[in-house]
Design a binder for this molecule. Structure first.
Ligand code: PMP
Length: 447
C-alpha cells in the first residue's frame, strides 16, 4: 500500500491555488513561475517571501518571524557571525579553483579527515551532495568492477542522472533501473518484531543475491544513516552493523550518505554512522558542511581513491575552493566551541520527551523517533491500525506555518513530520514548538 508521490510532492505549493492569494503574493508567485515554470519547487499552500534569518529564526518581507525546524543547511545557526566573517575575509583575499596550493584548503582537509576513523584518510571536495554521491558511485564501480547498488525504498541521494537512478523517491511509479535493488527502510514501528538489524541485513542479502544472479553484480550498499527521506529511522543504534558486515563478506562497499545526519545533528557524534558502530568505505557529505555555503565531499580510503584515479581523472572547479574551505573550517570550529553535538543530544531529548508527552493526548501521534536534533513524528489515523495520515501532516505543517513555525514532511506517505532545527536550538524553542503542535493537533483532530 504505497502511494509515494515522490519527495518533491511533500508540502509542495500547488500552482492552481494562485488565484486565491492576495495581490502581492500572487504577483511574486507568478513572477517565479514565469521564469522557472513547471520545474519550480515552492513550499506551502501559501509560499513565503523570505528575507533574512538569524540563529534559529527566519523573517519574511513583512517582518514576520518563523522558528526554523526545517533547515538543516544553516546547521550552526542562520547567518552565524563566525561563518559569515570567515567567508567575507577569504573572499576578499583569494577565491579561485583548486589547482594552487592554499593553506586554508589543506588545513580544512586535515581537520575534516581527523574526524573520521583512521582508515578513511583521503578526501575529494565537491560543491553539492549530489556530486559527492555521483563520485561515490563511480569510485565503488571502479573499485569493485561491478555496477549494482542497493538503496532503501524511499531513498533520496541527489539529482545527477546516476544518482537519480539510486533515488527511488525522485522517480515515483517508475520501474527500478536494472542495476538497482531496494530494501525496506528499517521501520521499527511496523516491523513484525524481532531483531531489526538482522531483518535489514536479510533484505540486503536477498538484494545482493538478485544482483549477482542477474549478472549485474554487487558494487555497494548506499544509505543515508538517519534514513531521512524514508521517514527518519535511528534506533536501535547498531542496527546497520549486520548489513555492513554482510556487504563486506560479499566484497561490496558500504557508502554512508552523511548529507543529512552529518556534522553533529544526531547528537551522538559528528557522523551518523558512528551511532551504528560501523566504518564505511566511502562517506559522502554536503548540506551543513558550509552552513549555507555550497559544499560537498567524499571521504574514503587511499586504496579506493587510487583505483578510481588510475582510470579516471576528477576535477571540480569550485569544489574545495578557498572560500568554501574557510566556511567549512568555521563550521567545525563553531560545532566544537559551542558544544553543538551535546546541545543536539540534550535539546533533541527534551523535544522528543515533550512530543511523546503530548502523544498521550493525541492518538494521531503514532511514533516519535530520531536522534539528537533529527526527529520524525509520525502521524497515523490511530495507533492500532497505524494507517498513515498524510492529510493531517499536511494540515499541521501549513497551520504551523501560519503560527510562525517551519517544519517539513518525510516518508513514503508524507505522514512523518521531519523536525531538523539548527543545532543551536534551545529548550525554550523546543517548548514553543511542542505547545504549538499540541494546539494545532487539537484544531485539526478535535476529540
Ligand atoms: N543525500 C541526501 C540524503 C540528501 O538529503 C540530499 C539533498 N536533499 C542529497 C544527498 C543531495 O544533496 P544536494 O542537494 O546538495 O545535491
Amino acid at each position: 500500500m504505497r502511494e509515494d508521490k515522490g519527495i518533491l510532492a511533500l508540502n509542495a505549493f500547488d500552482p492552481s491555488r494562485v488565484s486565491t492569494m492576495d495581490a502581492g503574493l500572487r504577483d511574486a508567485v507568478q513572477r517565479r513561475l514565469r521564469s522557472f515554470g513547471s520545474a519550480s519547487v515552492l513550499f506551502y499552500q501559501e509560499p513565503i517571501r523570505m528575507e533574512r534569518a538569524d540563529g534559529v529564526w527566519m523573517f519574511d518581507t513583512e517582518g514576520r518571524r518563523y522558528l526554523d525546524l526545517y533547515n538543516n543547511v544553516p546547521s550552526v545557526g542562520h547567518s552565524h557571525p563566525r561563518v559569515v566573517e570567515a567567508i567575507r575575509r577569504q573572499v576578499g583575499l583569494l577565491n579561485t579553483h583548486t589547482r594552487y596550493l592554499s593553506d586554508v584548503v589543506d588545513t580544512y582537509a586535515e581537520r575534516l579527515l581527523a574526524t573520521f576513523p583512521p582508515d578513511i584518510d583521503q578526501l575529494v571536495l565537491t560543491c553539492t551532495g549530489s556530486e559527492a554521491n555521483d563520485l561515490a558511485l563511480r569510485v565503488a564501480k571502479l573499485a569493485t568492477g561491478r555496477t549494482g547498488f542497493i538503496v532503501t525504498e524511499t531513498a533520496y541521494h541527489g539529482n545527477t542522472a546516476a544518482v537519480t537512478d539510486v533515488s527511488p523517491s525522485s522517480r515515483p511509479g517508475q520501474p527500478l533501473p536494472p542495476h538497482v535493488r531496494t530494501v525496506p527502510a528499517p521501520d521499527a514501528l511496523r516491523a513484525a518484531g524481532g531483531d531489526l538489524g538482522k531483518s535489514f541485513a536479510t533484505n540486503v542479502g536477498r538484494a545482493i543475491a538478485e544482483l549477482e544472479q542477474s549478472g549485474v553484480g554487487f558494487a555497494g550498499l548506499l544509505v543515508d544513516t538517519i534514513f531521512s527521506s524514508d521517514g527518519v529511522y535511528a534506533d536501535p543504534p547498531g542496527f546497520l552493523a549486520p548489513a555492513v558486515q554482510l556487504v563486506h563478506e560479499k566484497r561490496g562497499l558500504f557508502i554512508a550518505d552523511e548529507v543529512q545526519p552529518g556534522f553533529g545533528r544526531t547528537g551522538a557524534a559528528l557522523w551518523g554512522f558512528a551511532r551504528h558502530g560501523v566504518v564505511p568505505d566511502i562517506v559522502t557529505m554536503g548540506k551543513p558542511m558550509g552552513n549555507g555555503f555550497p559544499m560537498g565531499g567524499v571521504a574514503t580510503r587511499t586504496t579506493l581513491l587510487d583505483r578510481f584515479a588510475a582510470e579516471t581523472k576528477y576535477f571540480n572547479t569550485f569544489g574545495g575552493n578557498p572560500v568554501a574551505a574557510a566556511a567549512g573550517l568555521a563550521v567545525l570550529d563553531v560545532i566544537a566551541d559551542e558544544g553543538l553535538i551535546n546541545n543536539a543530544q540534550e535539546i533533541g531529548g527534551h523535544l522528543m520527551n515533550g512530543l511523546r508527552e503530548i502523544g498521550n493526548r493525541h492518538i494521531q501521534i503514532g511514533d516519535v523517533r530520531g536522534s539528537g536534533l533529527f526527529i520524525g513524528l509520525e502521524l497515523v489515523r490511530d495507533r492500532d491500525t497505524k494507517a498513515p495520515a498524510p492529510d493531517i501532516a499536511n494540515e499541521v505543517i501549513n497551520r504551523l506555518r501560519y503560527r510562525g513555525i517551519l517544519i517539513g514532511a518525510a516518508g513514503p506517505f508524507g505522514n512523518t513530520l521531519k523536525i531538523r532545527p539548527p543545532l543551536c536550538f534551545t529548550k525554550d524553542n523546543a517548548d514553543m514548538f511542542v505547545a504549538a503542535c499540541d494546539e494545532v493537533l487539537r484544531e485539526v483532530c478535535p476529540a
